[in-house]
Ligand binder design. Structure first.
Ligand code: SF4
Length: 521
């Protein structure tokens, strides 16, 4: 009987705390609730199961919950803020462990994503997360994937201890600028967010060096030197293109850096060396306001890597007035200076009445969020820089077409590109050509001269690429190389659902008309 009551209590907590976790996108989507129907296989349970993607592309299910939705802070955008009158619940460390292991045994999940509101103090809360993880790894011997939130303001020691037990950690940047943070999260300060980020970055580096692995395994931004080497290679590649000098220069790091600096003052953060000097790990565990007797500290963990799956962060988009240029500049700095594995963007959903936030009922800027993710891919995999995609004069993406198409139509002097001659990095800049199809083209053209039908089979999306390429010196159709004309055709190719802009307006470009003379070229 007690067990049933206990289980009912845990299920109630699970319902509250998995629902409260759904706004955190740093581990992607939430599940749906669908009971078994007796005819088909399987069912889905809404509480807390979400999907995340591993480095090798596998999709895994995670139990996504908050440890508690109580919070001493009052962030204006948050459903769990202290001034809201919500049903509150808090797990015990043991309950989280039981749930994780029981779900794992039933094959519902492969890992755990654990975040939390702040109870008593950041240190106290982080100590509870540590205790949970410690029990999970030792008493329950759970060896699966665990992603834990770093609580801003928690002491360096407890962050370090968690880092040796977790696979991934994330400290949320929350807003794209420190000014935005001041406006809507008055209890959070810049330093308390950036310090644990830097500590995790340095910890990952040191741990990998200890284990004889030098790479941070970040996909593009391996380290500063390789990053610049890669950019130099790309610049050379572009320099070979006719009229390159007329286009935007490939390296314009300084401008984007300046925007990121204005936003967050990253350079004030301690370097790896100063942190290493100060970071005397022999200090005692300083979680002062709770009993440390249950917490066994073992900082050596000779077999374990520190945060082996890297760190990520998330920003809320559309709660404050930052431009896409500011957001992308900060993102670029986070990848380069903090070696983030991923930066996530969360379209702002207004769940609270607050005059300083966009009105309730205004739709979340989902299309903007989508464009930011596409641009993020361009930074990580395609060698683009924030300052190439956007500028002070042109600070926001055209939501009607994807950022790569937008960049291409503004740089028509670089196109068309001959498929049978262009190098890898030039091919990557063509809309409709991805990393895989660019590699396939390079490999196939060693044996034959390629035509449009060949590259279509290799995965090139011709409806986008056709304006920017030639095969054997010819374009697919006779096409006017004119920005407005190509933009209209590309806009037409986008899915109808994506045509609604986040500000509630529709396309600024004209729709096709049978009577449009440009259509009859
Ligand atoms: S710290 Fe702010 S964002 Fe986090 S749970 Fe508390 S109120 Fe919400």
């Amino acid at each position: 009987m007690t067990n049933i009551m206990q289980m009912n209590g845990i299920m109630e907590k699970l319902t509250i705390l998995s629902d409260a976790a759904k706004y955190d996108v740093a581990c992607t989507s939430s599940g749906v609730h669908r009971g078994g129907d007796g005819k088909n296989i399987g069912n889905a349970f809404a509480s807390g199961i979400c999907h995340a993607f591993t480095g090798d592309g596998r999709c895994i299910s995670l139990l996504k919950i908050l440890f508690t939705n109580e919070c001493i802070y009052d962030c204006k955008y948050c459903v769990n803020r202290s001034s809201n009158d919500n049903r509150r619940a808090t797990f015990t460390p043991d309950e989280v462990c039981q749930l994780t292991v029981e779900f794992y045994r039933r094959n519902y999940i492969e890992g755990l994503f654990l975040s939390s509101g702040i109870i008593k103090s950041p240190d106290y809360t982080m100590g509870l997360l540590y205790e949970t993880l410690f029990l999970l790894r030792t008493k329950y011997r759970f060896n699966g994937y665990v992603h834990i939130k770093g609580i801003p303001g928690a002491s360096a020691d407890v962050i370090e201890m968690v880092g040796y037990l977790a696979d991934r950690m994330s400290v949320n940047l929350e807003l794209p600028t420190a000014e935005g943070l001041r406006q809507v999260a008055p209890n959070k300060v810049r330093k308390n967010i950036l310090s644990p980020m830097r500590q995790i970055q340095n910890g990952i580096k040191e741990s990998r060096q200890t284990h004889g692995v030098t790479s941070m395994k970040s996909r593009v931004y391996i380290d500063e030197k390789s990053y610049y080497n890669q950019l130099a290679e790309m610049r050379d590649s572009y320099a070979r293109l006719q009229d390159y000098q007329k286009g935007v220069k490939a390296i314009r790091q300084k401008n984007a850096d300046a925007v990121a600096e204005q936003s967050w003052n990253f350079t004030q953060m301690q370097t790896a060396e100063t942190v290493a000097k100060k970071n005397n790990i022999a200090q005692n565990f300083p979680v002062s306001n709770r009993s440390t007797s249950q917490i066994t500290r073992n900082l050596s963990y000779p077999d374990r890597y520190f945060v082996p799956a890297g760190q990520s962060t998330q920003m809320i988009i559309g709660a404050t007035g930052e431009s896409d240029y500011q957001i992308m500049s900060v993102t670029e700095a986070l990848y380069r200076k903090f070696e983030m594995k991923r930066v996530f963007y969360s379209a702002f959903i207004n769940v609270n009445e607050d005059a300083s936030l966009p009105a309730i009922g205004k739709k979340p800027p989902l299309l903007r969020e989508h464009r930011l993710y596409q641009a993020d891919f361009l930074l990580r995999f395609y060698g683009f820089q924030a300052d190439e995609l956007l500028s002070e004069k042109n600070p926001n993406f055209n939501e009607q077409i994807d950022p790569k198409c937008d960049w291409a139509v503004h740089h028509l002097e670089l196109f068309p590109v001959e498929i049978n001659k262009a190098d890898y990095y030039t091919l990557l800049r063509v809309p409709g050509i991805g990393t895989k199809s660019a590699k396939r083209i390079l490999s196939a053209r060693r044996h034959a001269t390629l035509d449009f039908s060949d590259i279509k089979k290799m995965g090139v999306v011709l409806k986008r690429a056709l304006y920017f390429i030639t095969c054997k010196g010819k374009m697919m159709y006779q096409t006017r190389m004119e920005e407005n004309y190509i933009t209209r055709h590309l806009t037409y190719n986008e899915k109808p659902a994506e045509m609604f802009l986040s500000d509630g307006t529709t396309s600024g470009y004209e729709q096709f008309s049978l009577f449009d003379p440009q259509y009859h070229l």
